[in-house]
Write a protein that binds this ligand. Structure first.
Ligand code: CP
Length: 337
C-alpha cells in the first residue's frame, strides 16, 4: 500500500480512494503508538521540509514542525513576509526553486490553485495545510479521532452545524462520503454547500453507502448523530461578516440543548479549533462588546463537557500529518498496519 503514496502530493481528499484514506488513518494510529512507546520512526532522516504559511496557524504549524523533527527531517518555516511568493516571484518559479532544495513542501493559504501549482512545478510532494476550499490534513486527524472513539467509521453519522460553505464543511462532506460515514450539514439555506460539492459527495456516497443530508432544520439534522462537529462562524479573511454570521448561525450554536437533540448518550463533540467558546481572547472580547455574545459556535459548557474531543483532534494533527509526510516523501520500509 505504501508504494502507491510515494512521491504523491496531498492536496484534496478527492485525490485518494477510500482504502488509501483508511490506510492513512490507520498508519497515523500506528505512529501515535510508536511515539507513545518512544520507538524511533525517522522515515524522513536527513530530508528538508518547507513550511509555507500565508495564514496564521497554531496546530498545523506545530504539527508539521514536530512531525518533521520526529521523522528526522529539518522543517524550515517560511511566512508570508519572509519570501516573495506571489509578490515578486511567481508560484511557478518559487516552486521550481523549492523543488531543488526541499524534499517536501507544506502550504497554507487562500488559493487551492496555488497549492496545486506548487505541486505541479516543484516535483516534490506538496501537502495542503488549508486553503479556502479544503482542509485535508485536518480530515485524517478527525477521522482518526472518530475511529478511536467508536472503533470503526462505517455507518456512523456526523452532524456538522455551522457555516456549510467553509473548507472544513467541504472536506467533511467529501471525506465522509468517500469513507462511508453519514454526513449531515446543518446550516441555514444561505450558507449551504455549493451544489458542485454536494454533487461530488453524492457520487462518492453512491459507492460507499453513506447518506448525505443538507438541512436548515436543527432537530432533523442532529437526530441520531454520533458526532456533532462545528467550526468558527467567520473564516480567516471574512472578518467583516461577523454581525451577519452571528444572526444567521445563532440558532445552530452547539449548546447542551442541541447535544441532547441527538438523543444519543454516546455522542461526541468535535471542533478543529480555534474556537470562540468564551470571551477570553481579543476576538471574543470584540464579539462580546460589539454584538453582546460571549460564546459563538459552541458554548463553554459543551466545550468543557464529557462530549468534548477537540484536544484529541488537535493532538491527532501531529500523528496524521506525520503519516502523510512519511508515506509520500519517505523512502524507508513502512510496516503494514
Ligand atoms: N485546525 C487548524 O487548522 O488549526 P490552526 O489554524 O491552528 O492550524
Amino acid at each position: 500500500m505504501t508504494s502507491v503514496f510515494k512521491g504523491r502530493s496531498f492536496l484534496a481528499e478527492k485525490d485518494f480512494t477510500k482504502e488509501e484514506l483508511q490506510y492513512l488513518i490507520d498508519f497515523s494510529q500506528h505512529l501515535k503508538g510508536m511515539k507513545a512507546n518512544n520507538q524511533p520512526h525517522r522515515y524522513l532522516d536527513g530530508k528538508n521540509i518547507a513550511l509555507l504559511f500565508e495564514k496564521n496557524s497554531t496546530r498545523t504549524r506545530a504539527a508539521f514542525t514536530v512531525a518533521a523533527v520526529d521523522l528526522g527531517a529539518h522543517p524550515e518555516f517560511l511566512g508570508a513576509n519572509d519570501i516573495q511568493l506571489g509578490t515578486k516571484e511567481s508560484v511557478e518559479d518559487t516552486a521550481k526553486v523549492f523543488g531543488r532544495m526541499f524534499d517536501g513542501i507544506e502550504f497554507r493559504g487562500f488559493s487551492q490553485q496555488v497549492v496545486e501549482d506548487l505541486a505541479n512545478y516543484s516535483g516534490v510532494p506538496v501537502w495542503n495545510g488549508l486553503t479556502d476550499e479544503w482542509h485535508p490534513t485536518q480530515m485524517i486527524a478527525d477521522f482518526l479521532t472518530i475511529q478511536e472513539n467508536f472503533g470503526e467509521l462505517t455507518g456512523l453519522t456526523i452532524a456538522y452545524c455551522g457555516d456549510g460553505r467553509n473548507n472544513v464543511a467541504n472536506s467533511l462532506l467529501v471525506t465522509s462520503a468517500i469513507l462511508g460515514v453519514n454526513i449531515h450539514v446543518v446550516t441555514p439555506k444561505a450558507l449551504q454547500p455549493e451544489a458542485t460539492i454536494i454533487a461530488q459527495a453524492q457520487a462518492y456516497a453512491k459507492e460507499s453507502g453513506a447518506k448525505i443530508l443538507v438541512t436548515d432544520d436543527v432537530d432533523q439534522g442532529v437526530l441520531g448523530a454520533d458526532v456533532v462537529y462545528t467550526d468558527v462562524w467567520v473564516s480567516m479573511g471574512e472578518e467583516e461578516k461577523f454581525q451577519e454570521r452571528i444572526e444567521q448561525l445563532l440558532p445552530y450554536q452547539v449548546n447542551q440543548s442541541l447535544m441532547k437533540k441527538t438523543q444519543n448518550d454516546q455522542v461526541i463533540f468535535m471542533h478543529c479549533l480555534p474556537a470562540f467558546h468564551d470571551d477570553q481572547t481579543t476576538y471574543g472580547k470584540k464579539a462580546a462588546q460589539a454584538y453582546g455574545i460571549s460564546e459563538m459556535e459552541v458554548t463553554d459548557e459543551v466545550f468543557r463537557s464529557k462530549y468534548a474531543r477537540q484536544f484529541d483532534q488537535a493532538e491527532n494533527r501531529l500523528h496524521s500529518i506525520k503519516a502523510i509526510m512519511a508515506v509520500t516523501a519517505g523512502d524507508l520500509f513502512i510496516p503494514k498496519v
